[in-house]
Design a protein around this ligand. Structure first.
Ligand code: NAP
Length: 268
């Protein structure tokens, strides 16, 4: 038996696996994976030294099964997992939108945990939100939390909040990278070298994130701390308000949540 099995081993699965191995919580000989394409099978074996198994064997031989495919692929994956898994593995879904019920119907006897992680898991700086089916035993929930604590912080939420979580922390890194990309591009247009502009933007994101978490101040108070009357930040924020950037960013956030909700709807 393997401790961990990954069905799909793309960007997010790799980030989780890097979090799990970075301080020895897991090692390559304890995990196996399945992906359909030969080229990615070779690439995963070469980079991570994990064992490749056909999907039905993987499902039978792993104590924890991570479902790491795109939501559009999950029904074909679950169909391959019939008949029932006698050993009742802990099933952990990282899929955006896809409800616990989809897994419950296909794997009625298995404990099921749904998580929304994010890619900073690769540096153990991830944020994972987690919910689970009513009949999942508490020690399995505890184990799932322990797994994702290797990748950063974990918070338990109700399943109804998972689409919001997807917009906030699941997709959130991409929105911050987009913001950083704009700042870096503007700095470079002003003649700054790429290394310095990356450092200035990246460390500013890190520092601002730590201030949000540690200062016990609201975002509005932290903004006020940066602004002086008639100063540079105030000038920039006046333009921000004039262009109604908040409304535009809110629309980006809402669109992400709606997409997550749509992914959870049954296929017509
Ligand atoms: N990326 C993120 O930041 C992030 C954050 C939170 C949650 N998620 C969720 O994580 C899931 C995976 O996203 P990703 O970004 O990691 O996608 P990805 O990089 O495209 O990886 C998808 C993986 O699924 C495999 N796959 C495709 N069809 C399959 C099948 N029929 N059976 C088994 N495996 C199959 C692919 O294998 P091949 O390479 O062989 O095709 C690949 O390894 C999504 O549901 C997404 O909502 C992603």
């Amino acid at each position: 038996m393997f401790r961990f099995g990954f069905i799909g081993f793309g960007k997010m699965a790799k980030a989780i696996w890097k979090g799990l191995i970075s301080e020895g919580f897991a090692s390559p000989n304890e995990a196996a994976f399945y992906t359909p394409n030969a080229s990615s099978q070779f690439a995963v074996q070469a980079e991570f030294n994990l064992r490749f198994l056909p999907i039905s064997q993987l499902a039978r031989e792993c104590s924890v099964l991570f479902f790491c495919v795109k939501p559009q692929r999950i029904h074909e994956v679950l169909e391959l997992l019939l008949p029932p898994l006698e050993h009742k593995p802990l099933c952990i879904s990282i899929l955006a939108g896809t409800p616990l019920q989809t897994f419950k119907e296909a794997l009625p006897d298995c404990p099921i945990v749904r998580v929304m992680p994010n890619t900073p898991a690769t540096l153990k700086k991830g944020m994972t939100a987690l919910c689970y089916t009513k009949d999942t035993p508490s020690q399995q929930v505890h184990y799932a939390k322990q797994i994702f604590e290797q990748c950063g912080k974990v918070v338990e939420v109700s399943e109804s909040q998972m689409d919001t979580v997807t917009g906030l922390s699941g997709s959130g890194p991409a929105f911050l990278y987009q913001f950083a990309n704009m700042m870096i591009a503007e700095a470079e247009k002003s003649g700054m070298d790429p290394v310095s502009s990356l450092l200035l933007a990246g460390q500013t994101l890190v520092g601002a994130g730590e201030m949000l978490l540690q200062s016990h101040k609201s975002p509005a108070d932290l903004i006020a701390d940066v602004c002086s009357p008639n100063g540079t930040t105030e000038a920039g924020l006046n333009e921000w308000k004039h262009l109604d950037i908040d409304a535009k960013l809110a629309s980006v956030f809402k669109t992400t949540i709606l997409r997550s909700e749509a992914l959870g709807k049954p296929l017509s």
